[in-house]
Ligand binder design. Structure first.
Ligand code: GLU
Length: 440
């Protein structure tokens, strides 16, 4: 059965880059009728925080990216220790004692000699006595997986046929000196234990994938299908990594971005399919195909979410905004008429009630000096409310007949006087909602 997972580390809020990963994996699982696991990668006790676990769930729930179960790496440490023992037993795991400074020095020397800075495996040639001495002097070492120096090949769901020479990669450290199991191992154990069939993640994980494929094979499992999506850049192609903190999903939520706008954008951005509003999750999934995505960095511009958000909001039924309208003071019986009048002029859900004060006469009329006499004369031709759907056209015809003005010079001064703004809802819809006769 198709099984995917989204595996964030709870060390911060999830952002637009994480969303891409979450969404792709979610869509693959849902499209296949499979399982989507939310896996919390919390092996680092210092940096992992419970509040971020809650926040991640909240953000995914907001987007409707539902998961079938939650797994936590911090609850599986015994299992990782078991697998580490297995790696020792099959002789693919070795202890190494170099300090970070020593490793740094080695790297610098290699670079100076024009060589790739790959760990030289010095620890593999230590004698039993030397090991004992190092253990005595330095305590426990780190544990490295011994790569098999061959080409590691896989057919990537996005990058196509991919291959990495294992000799160009350092033997990965899987257990730290303090005994903490690192993600590279924990992830492999989880993916194999949990029957994960597809792993989609950012292209910053390509080298990890190569080493993980060897670890999985050493453990006599079959690797899942891997796919690496391109990383996002800013609109000008600039690196987004530093700005990702400002692109947290919760900030977008606070800014009024609609879930379906965000999902519609991210479900197709960087693919050969058009980015368009897909109002339901089913429509996102339909037609989603990883093979349509390209390897080139994908430009992301948060501004693009605004028109999509406006389209979502403008298509909302009255009941979807009823609570907001009530908060703004729109009486129940006027909500339909009000919402139909203004929704084309609202950019976010939170703004739904913003036009209401205008209908209550709480508006500062805008009247140009040159138009003052004209507006005064026009208003003298308008009766008292209630007005109806025909009021605007009857009134402006009368004003036109009386003053000879037409087109914009007729309508705009009246709109400015009544609404205080040059743009807004259709005046024919505005008039029936006015509770007081406008004055200037
Ligand atoms: N916790 C890892 C990360 O956030 C997961 C990567 C993966 O999908 O394997 O980078």
């Amino acid at each position: 059965m198709t099984t995917t997972r989204f595996a964030p580390s709870p060390t911060g809020y999830i952002h637009i880059g994480n969303l891409r990963t979450a969404l792709f994996n979610w869509m693959i699982a849902r499209k296949a009728g499979g399982t989507f696991i939310l896996r919390i990668d919390d092996t680092d006790p210092e940096r992992s925080k419970e509040e971020y676990v809650d926040a991640i769930k909240e953000d995914l729930e907001w987007l409707g990216l539902t998961w079938d179960r939650v797994e936590r790496q911090s609850e599986r440490l015994d299992r990782y220790a078991e697998v580490a023992a297995k790696l020792r037993q099959i002789d693919r795991f070795y202890e190494a004692w170099e300090t970070p400074t020593e490793l740094d020095l080695k790297r610098k020397k290699q670079l100076n000699m024009g060589k790739p800075p790959v760990y030289d495996r010095a620890a593999l040639t230590l004698s039993e006595d030397e090991r004992a001495r190092l253990r005595e002097e330095r305590g426990a070492g780190v544990w490295r997986f011994k790569l098999d120096h061959a080409r590691i090949e896989w057919t990537d769901g996005i990058l196509g046929d991919t291959s990495i020479d294992a000799a160009s990669v350092s033997d990965p450290v899987l257990i730290r000196q303090d005994g903490q199991v690192l993600y590279t191992l924990a992830s492999v154990v989880d993916d194999t234990d949990m029957g994960v069939t597809h792993v989609v993640r950012g292209s910053d994980h390509v080298t990890n994938t190569a080493t993980q494929i060897q670890i999985i094979e050493a453990l006599e499992h079959t690797p899942p299908a891997f796919a690496h999506h391109s990383l996002l850049t800013g609109p000008q192609g600039e690196a987004l990594s530093k700005r990702l903190g400002t692109l947290a999903l919760r900030d977008m939520r606070a800014a009024g971005i609609e879930p379906m706008a965000l999902l519609s954008h991210m479900a197709r951005l960087g693919s050969s399919d058009p980015v368009e509003l897909r109002p339901t999750h089913a429509e996102l999934i339909e037609g989603f195909d990883l093979a349509h995505f390209g390897a080139a960095p994908t430009k992301f511009d948060a501004e693009d979410l605004k028109p999509l958000t406006a389209r979502v909001v403008q298509s909302l039924e009255t009941k979807a905004v009823a609570a907001i309208l009530s908060d703004a003071g729109v009486p129940d019986e006027k909500q339909d008429a009000y919402w139909h009048a203004v929704r084309g002029n609202v950019a976010t859900r939170a703004e739904a009630g913003n036009w209401w004060p205008m209908f209550q006469g709480q508006v500062t009329p805008m009247v140009e000096d040159d138009d003052r006499a004209f507006v005064a004369e026009a208003l003298s031709l308008l009766g008292e409310p209630p007005y109806d759907a025909a009021t605007w056209s009857n009134w402006t015809s009368a004003v036109k007949g009386k003053t000879g003005r037409k087109g914009k010079s007729l309508f705009m001064p009246l709109r400015l006087a009544i609404t205080g703004q040059p743009r807004g809802p259709e005046m024919a819809d505005v008039m029936p909602l006015l509770t007081q006769k406008p004055n200037i």
